[in-house]
Design a protein around this ligand. Structure first.
Ligand code: NDP
Ligand code: GUE
Length: 286
């Protein structure tokens, strides 16, 4: 058996076409959705992701603005900038690219962003809203993963989903969204004993660790759906996921590639959240 590939790049293209129409319609009503990204320092990976976000905004007609701050910026100057954007009625979405330099408290930064403009869905209020099943901005990577599963009509309700990774930005919100979709969910992490005993019984396996090829076919149940969130830059410059694609593709029924898998969907869901923010802040949604 050879798994069907869930191509996040192609799905993103289709979703972006729909969103462009939505944005055009909003513009007729005088609403111009606008995302502002704050980039601290000049880490090449962060810059490349931020460029990807800017390009995607351009493709859908969403206004984007990047504020670049030096890596020596003080925490209080960064917080001031966020307050300024919170108060700027032209800005609907604010994203502070992570990770931040060590002298800046990330949690404090996230909590300073107005929950109404937190299109990353990282603010504790929005996390709490997600946990309780309320309407909110869903974190983009988890939201992208659920959208990919739905696009292939992969059933989630009643299935056993195993998530490897428990970070606040990926592992935990993915697990929560899968629970909201009525999956039975197991979360694994670096302290998990005998990881394989869990992964081998997963109908849906989400791998969000950040270690190239840690999951090979021996970890995967025949016919499972395998979602690879990992982004690992190899020494030869190639980008690879956490899953050994070639061996797992032989055993799974669906698999996401890296690149062109979850990554492009993360950006696409950010656009979706920005449009939602524009609607809400301009009082066009209940
Ligand atoms: N495609 C996309 O859009 C995105 C991709 N990413 C990528 O996803 C990956 C994960 O990101 P992120 O969650 O931020 O990373 P973190 O480093 O914050 O979290 C990694 C998680 O993996 C766990 N872990 C580490 N080693 C093992 C192991 N050997 N076995 C089992 N679990 C392990 C850690 O456990 P513990 O908690 O015990 O330390 C931790 O929970 C990275 O490659 C990142 O680049 C991230 C965001 C978006
Ligand atoms: N506040 C914040 N929000 C984020 O959403 C956020 C962040 N910080 N910090 C870093 C992670 C990582 N992330 C990715 C986005 C797109 C791709 C992506 O588009 N990847 C392409 C390839 C890109 C390339 O070739 O470099 C792909 O997989 O096909 C990957 C990773 C968002 N993150």
């Amino acid at each position: 058996m050879s798994a069907e590939i869930i191509n996040g790049k192609n799905l993103s293209l289709a979703l972006k076409e729909e969103m462009k129409k939505e944005v055009d319609a909003l513009k007729i009503d005088g609403i111009h959705p606008q995302l502002t990204v704050i980039l601290v320092g000049d880490h090449p990976a962060s810059r490349s992701y931020v460029n990807g976000k800017e390009k995607a905004c351009g493709e859908t007609g969403i206004g984007s603005h990047i504020i670049e701050l030096p890596k020596t910026v003080s925490e209080s100057d960064l917080l001031k900038e966020i307050h300024r954007l919170n108060d700027d009625a032209n800005v609907h979405g604010i994203l502070v690219q992570l990770p931040l330099p060590f002298h800046i408290n990330e949690q404090k930064v996230i909590e300073t962003i107005s929950p109404e403009k937190d299109v990353d869905g990282f603010h504790p209020i929005n996390i709490g809203r997600m946990m309780t099943g309320m309407d909110t901005y869903l974190s983009c990577t988890p939201y992208g993963i659920i959208t990919m599963l739905r696009s292939k009509n992969i059933s989630i309700a009643g299935k056993h989903a195993v998530v490897i990774g428990r970070s606040n930005i990926v592992g935990k919100p993915v697990a929560q969204l899968l629970i909201n979709e009525n999956a039975t969910v197991t979360t694994c992490h670096s302290k998990t004993e005998n990881l394989k005993q869990f992964t081998r019984i997963a109908d849906i396996l989400v791998v969000a660790v950040g270690k190239a090829n840690i999951i090979d076919a021996s970890y995967v149940k025949e016919g499972a759906t395998v979602i690879d969130v990992g982004m690992n830059r190899l020494e030869n410059g190639k980008l690879t996921g956490d899953v050994d694609f070639d061996s797992v593709q032989e055993k799974a029924s669906f698999i996401t590639p890296v690149p062109r898998g979850v990554g492009p969907m993360t950006i696409t869901m950010l656009l979706k959240n920005t449009i939602k923010a524009a609607r809400r802040l301009e009082n066009r949604e209940g």
